[in-house]
Design a protein around this ligand. Structure first.
Ligand code: PBG
Length: 334
């Protein structure tokens, strides 16, 4: 590049980092982190019925699908190159013990079978926790206002085994009960599902950012909060202990959740552990960007890509995100 007549050096600088930011080509050549379509996992909400596609009020452009329409959504995901979904469901009946979670013909069970039948190459992950199924909205069994640990783990093992039987590739316990990863691994192995992987929601915080998700699944806790099992947002060392235990118990992938307000945890985990790290870019994080963009206060697309890239930079390998389709479309264009 020729000397620019209009810029006369007045500072005697050896290093000018702006040199490598001067053109798009130089910026591309020196880019350190990349977002790939293959990194994205799309959380998919199922409802009972047929031909249903209901928009979640607090999550623009995110829908609850009946199984027939979920298959259409999977088709689109595959066309865009997205490799995985994470299944959640709104069951017709909720009760104290979340019994519907163990119904062999329950919504999620039928969903897994239908999706794996039509899209055998799509990686189907399933949420293992009781909250969408319990009338009280907690992730575990409740007695005298307390969330029971070991009794809940027993049910989760059954649930994971059932998902595996239906064809799930990965089961993802999101309940934060102690010891559930080891117990689920044992239950899967004993039932012959040695190849079904466990993605553990290892460091899941008691966060305000789950509100739109609870709207989607009608699963907000009816009493109290989830602070006796989900983590205190102030704690980072504790997250390392949770992750370490889950890996020791047999977790194949460990997750940090939410993503945007916990990137420091992802970074620390990345430096300390070899297991692949996932982050969950949760509903509230999605809706915040959508709402600000709708108001014209930020550029929604740029904010989305910046947020997702920051998760990769922090050390995440997989990103669970409601932005998956939109981001994939953009990534394919560029
Ligand atoms: C519960 C579960 C939650 C989410 C995933 N699994 C909510 C909660 O703990 O109340 C939240 C996901 C999101 O906000 O997008 N097992």
């Amino acid at each position: 590049m020729s000397k620019r007549e209009d810029s006369i050096a007045t500072l005697d600088l050896t290093h000018r980092l702006r040199r490598l930011r001067r053109t798009q080509a130089l910026r591309d050549l020196t880019q350190e982190t990349f977002l790939r379509v293959e990194d994205l996992v799309f959380p998919l909400f199922l409802v009972e019925g047929e031909r249903k596609r209901e928009e979640v009020p607090s999550m623009p452009n995110i829908f609850r699908y009946s199984i027939d329409n979920a298959l259409k959504a999977c088709e689109e995901l595959q066309t865009l190159g997205i490799r995985a979904i994470d299944l959640f469901g709104v069951p017709l009946v909720k009760d104290e013990r979340g019994s519907e979670a163990l119904n062999p013909n329950g919504l999620i069970q039928r969903g897994i079978r239908a999706i794996k039948k039509e899209f055998p190459d799509l990686c189907v992950m399933t949420d293992v926790a009781l909250d969408p199924f319990t009338s009280h909205g907690h992730d575990g069994l409740v007695k005298d206002g307390k969330i029971l640990n070991d009794e809940t783990v027993e049910v989760l093992c059954e649930m994971a085994r059932l998902h595996a039987e239906c064809g799930a590739d990965v089961v993802a316990p999101s309940d934060m009960m102690d010891g559930r990863v080891g117990a689920i691994r044992k239950a899967l192995d004993e039932a012959g599902f040695v190849d079904v992987a466990i993605l553990a929601y290892s460091a899941k915080y008691a966060s305000s950012f789950y509100a739109p998700f609870r709207d989607a699944l009608q699963s907000a806790p009816k009493f109290g909060d989830k602070k006796t099992y989900q983590m205190n947002p102030a704690n980072a060392d504790e997250a390392m202990r949770e992750i370490e235990l889950d890996i020791a118990e047999g977790a194949d992938i460990v997750m940090i959740k939410p993503a945007m307000t916990y990137l420091d945890i992802a970074r620390r985990a990345r430096e300390r552990f070899q297991a692949p790290i996932a982050v969950y870019n949760v509903s509230g994080e999605y809706s915040m960007i959508k709402a600000a963009a709708k108001m014209g206060w930020i550029d929604g697309e740029r904010a989305m890509m910046e947020a997702l890239l920051s998760m990769k930079r922090a050390g995440a390998k997989l990103i669970f995100t409601y932005f998956a389709l939109e981001a994939a479309r953009l990534l394919r264009q560029s």
